[in-house]
Design a protein around this ligand. Sequence first.
Ligand code: PNS
Length: 161
Amino acid sequence: MKKKIAIYPGSFDPVTNGHIDIIKRAVGIFDEVIVSVLSNREKKPLFTTEERMEMIKEAVKAIANVSVGSFSGLLVDYMKKHNSNVAIRGLRAVSDLDYEFQIAHINRELYPEMETVFFMPNAKYVYLSSSIVREAASFGGDLSKHLPANVKQALEKKFAK
Ligand code: PNS
């Protein structure tokens, strides 16, 4: 049977335990999950694409059937290249819906065979986002219980400079 490959795209700047929670749920359903870091953002990310990929690789190393990649340009082109027609996104609350529907509908227009599959993270991650983590870390706030240990270290290093 053909392997069902799902792509989990995002900025992951940085990856949080909320993202890891989604990845764990997704590997229970798909044969392979490729966590894919968007690298052509106009706004300057805190971490480089390579740093973000390294952080994810370290954080998912104990989870089977997960790999980490990066892409620039259209998500749908990257998905076709990887023989995938499933994109995974996390939905924390109704407030995420507007943005997510826009992305999902545009992607469907560009690649009609594709499905976007939404996963709900554990309730403890509902208020967690990479931007909140960046802001808290920049002022010395400790959100470490919401972050993989290596990400906590990387943030401390980044803001110690
Ligand atoms: O973590 P994010 O920033 O919410 O992820 C957004 C992402 C990466 C999924 C989205 O911006 C994306 O896929 N961008 C690639 C360009 C693209 O395909 N655009 C058309 C759909 S918005």
